[in-house]
Each structure stands twice: as C-alpha cells, then as structure tokens.
Design a protein around this ligand. Structure first.
Ligand code: ADP
Ligand code: MG
Length: 250
C-alpha cells in the first residue's frame, strides 16, 4: 500500500490493537484515516475504546500491535516528532485555575516552544473562540465548562499543529456552547486541519463530520462518509450496531 506524501492521511490508525496489562482487549485491529481538511467523528458507548485510541495517538500509551501515525510518523516510534504535529483538547481541559486565560495561553504556548506570540495574539485567539474581552483576564476558576473548552481550543489553535484530537469535547456543554464549539471545529477544518474527535453527539456528528465511525467493544463496526449518510437515520444505525444486529460494515 504505497502512498505518495500528497495523499498520505494526516491521522491514520493501522491495525491498532491494545491489550491492557489486565488482559482487557480495548482495541482490536482498528484502522481508519483522517485527511487534511477532514473531521472524523468517532461514536461509541462507554468502554468502546475511543479514549484508548486517542491516547495511543498522543503516545500516552503504546499499542500492543499496529500503528498510529500522525503525518506518517509512528507515534510510539517517534513520539516527540509526532507530538509536535498534534494538538489535544481533552474532555476536562487541564488548565490552571489560578491563571487567567491570557496566562494559561502564554504558559501552554511556551511549553509548546512558541515564544513569539504577543499579548495581542492571545487576545485575538480568545476573541476568535468566542471569549469576550472581559473574560481574558479572569482566572479560569471562575470559568464555566464551555468557557474552559474555548480556552482549550485557543491553546490548540496557538500550537498551530496540522492534526487536532479531541476526546468528547462537547460533553457537559449546554446546547448553545456545544453548537458554538462545533462551529469552531468546522472553521479549523476549513483552514486545513485534520480533526479526530470522539463524541456522544450523534446528530452533530452527522452534521459536521466528513467521516463517522462507530466503535463497539474495541472494534470499528461502522465507517461511513458524510454523503453516504445523507438520508440515513444515524441514531437508528448506531443503536443497531450497538445491539450487534448488523454485521461489520464493508
Ligand atoms: N488503564 C486501563 N487498564 C485496563 N483497562 C482499561 C484501561 N483503560 C481503559 N480500559 C478498558 O479498555 C476499554 C476501553 O476503554 P476506553 O478506551 O476508555 O473507552 P471509551 O473512551 O470509548 O469509553 C474498557 O473496557 C476499559 O475498561
Ligand atoms: Mg473515553
């Protein structure tokens, strides 16, 4: 399967398999690809293997077999090179509650080796993600979950990585905050980012994702393009796959 660099996926899982120390088979031969300018939404119940997948891409854990690649770089073989190409927004964004938004941005930008950003750059990106000026100098401890997620995506934008990974970014957000957040992801996709997100939001996944995958018990049981899902009831499909009443998709 030779690929030229031009068509190489930005985010790629190849036969990804993870057996934890206690023998739990969390991932069983999972393969998928996310290209530049695409959003891939990964659906699946609790314990399906979504976080395990994302954690392998971030090299938080090693796969038992198979490879996770970022821009062709195998994450467990060249972790530092791979990490430089990926920005991560977690469900519970780890930000410093005693720092203001500006201070958090500055801290994480520097941690990522970006030392040329100015205060104005920080204000600009916070405005872009929808945080009003008066919030920029407030400590994060006073932020709502939606505001923290916006700050998290601002940090990801500053990293300016070609790949963005998000683990349930909209869980716990109210519908308006969730809507705004996904609008931001769409704009990043349109700027050429490759985005992999896990989510429980079936309806939004169908709306914004170029590709939708459904995980069940460590297996990718369905993968469909957005256009092939037009006119389909994704929720019904999802429930069928969860019930195991549909055979693995081709
Ligand atoms: N550190 C771990 N040790 C053992 N089993 C784990 C560990 N982390 C997750 N698992 C198990 O792996 C499976 C997949 O978990 P996870 O990737 O967190 O799923 P999801 O994010 O889809 O809810 C589950 O059965 C979970 O209990
Ligand atoms: Mg999870």
């Amino acid at each position: 399967m030779e690929q030229t660099p031009a068509t190489q996926p930005m985010i790629e899982a190849l036969g990804l398999t993870k057996r934890y120390e206690d023998e739990t088979l969390a991932l069983d031969n999972v393969s998928f690809a996310v290209r530049t300018g695409q959003i891939y939404a990964m659906l699946g119940g609790n314990g399906a293997g979504k976080t395990t997948t994302i954690n392998i891409f971030l090299n938080f854990i090693d796969p038992t077999a198979g490879e996770a690649r970022i821009d062709g770089i195998v994450t467990h073989k060249e972790p530092l090179k791979a990490k430089a190409k990926v920005a991560y927004v977690s469900e519970n964004v780890m930000l410093y509650p005693n720092f203001t938004a500006i201070q958090n941005l500055d801290y994480f930008a520097r941690l990522g080796g970006k030392t040329s950003y100015t205060k104005n750059d920080y204000h600009d990106v916070l405005r872009r993600v929808g945080l009003e000026d008066e919030a920029h100098t407030k400590r994060l401890r006073s932020y709502s979950k939606g505001m923290r997620q916006k700050c998290g995506i601002a940090i990801a934008i500053l990293k300016d990585a070609p790949a963005i990974l998000l683990d349930e970014p909209t869980s716990g957000l109210d519908p308006k905050a969730g809507f705004e957040f996904l609008g931001l992801l769409t704009s990043l996709r349109d700027e050429g980012k490759a985005i992999l997100m896990s989510t429980h939001d079936i309806f939004r996944a169908k709306e914004i994702a170029d590709m939708v995958g459904i995980m069940n018990a460590g297996k990718l049981v369905m993968q469909r393009t957005q256009s092939s899902l037009a006119g389909e009831n994704l929720e019904e499909l999802y429930l069928q796959f969860m019930a195991g009443s549909v055979e693995r998709a081709a």
